[in-house]
Design a protein around this ligand. Structure first.
Ligand code: PDD
Length: 285
């Protein structure tokens, strides 16, 4: 049985209980982060901690603990659950005001803080890297502040189910004829020598893996264009891929049934994946 963290305490997973009045439960009033663990060490912890603070600030939520304290909790959970490869999930909600009310509770209401581990042995050697992913396009029907990492994941869940029903691995969401991002990842295409991915704004999550991968791409003298692209452009691209904390860099080989490039994983995605994993392992803490 896993040991999880709830509001300052480590406990067996079946003892961790949250109130029925918790605003995370009633209103999806909460934010989260997913941080990968490789070889027992945290990947990009700093980036996730900074984004968490930004999500909390954007929602005027209290910061329940310092970055250093959060790091300590992450490390302790890795240790207690003997995680070699896997993920740490963290969620902070606006807590339990004792009743249901649309208005935010008083600022001194204690937030609910939950962290748990998910073991994923061999997660850096996923067989998907060899075959690549198939994606479908679906309309982006999420709210307008996707840059805040909230726990409102119903539409992304629906998107994954639509992809599954279509025999695909994931869905890329489309707004005003342009792709925003994947259901739980950022989306990229490669045309000639240029990597294209949507620019940051309120319409996508500012991926921590995205920031690192774009930095490595520029350091390796690859050209990067941050702009929106269409489904037709993706279908006509030489390659496509996604990035996220749990998938790192993963090739995409099909969009709405049309093969992308040769229909096999491409060299740019493979190279970026290798650089990302090498560099992240070096700086893991
Ligand atoms: N998802 N876009 C969306 C909508 C996401 O949910 C995620 C992450 C990303 C990639 O961000 P990052 O590189 O910081 O992981 C982009 C996480 C992994 C999840 O929900 O499980």
């Amino acid at each position: 049985m896993r040991t999880v963290y709830l509001n300052g305490e480590y406990m067996p997973e079946d003892e961790a209980k949250v109130s029925v009045f918790d605003r995370g439960f009633l209103m999806a009033d909460g934010v989260y982060e997913v941080t990968s663990v490789l070889d027992g060490k945290l990947i990009d912890f700093d980036g996730h901690a900074v984004r968490l603070q930004r999500s909390l600030d954007e929602l005027e939520m209290r910061h329940p603990s310092s970055k250093e304290d959060l790091l300590e909790v992450h490390r302790e959970l890795v240790r207690l659950n003997e995680i070699t490869d896997g993920m740490i999930y963290l969620q902070i909600t606006r807590g339990n005001p004792g009743d249901r009310d649309f208005a935010y509770p008083p600022q001194d209401t204690a937030p609910t803080v939950v962290l748990f581990t998910q073991a994923k042995p061999g997660m850096a050697d996923s067989p998907l890297t060899k075959t690549g992913m198939k994606v479908i396009s679906i309309p982006d029907q999420r709210w307008g502040r996707r840059d805040i990492k909230t726990v409102q994941l119903l539409y992304p869940s629906m998107g994954k189910m639509m992809a599954k029903a279509a025999g695909a691995d994931d869905a890329w969401m489309v707004e005003d004829d342009h792709i925003t991002e994947g259901t739980s990842n950022n989306a990229y295409i490669v045309k000639g020598n240029t990597i294209v991915t949507r620019q940051l704004g309120h319409d996508i999550l500012h991926g921590i893996t995205r920031a690192a991968v774009l930095r490595f791409a520029r350091e390796a003298q690859m050209s990067v264009e941050e702009r929106p692209f269409t489904v037709a452009e993706a279908q006509a691209a030489d390659e496509a891929f996604i990035t996220s904390a749990s998938m790192f860099v993963m090739p995409v080989v099909e969009m709405d049934g049309a093969a992308i490039g040769s229909g096999a994983p491409g060299p740019v995605a493979a190279r970026l994946r290798e650089i990302y994993l090498d560099e992240s392992r070096k700086t893991a803490i």
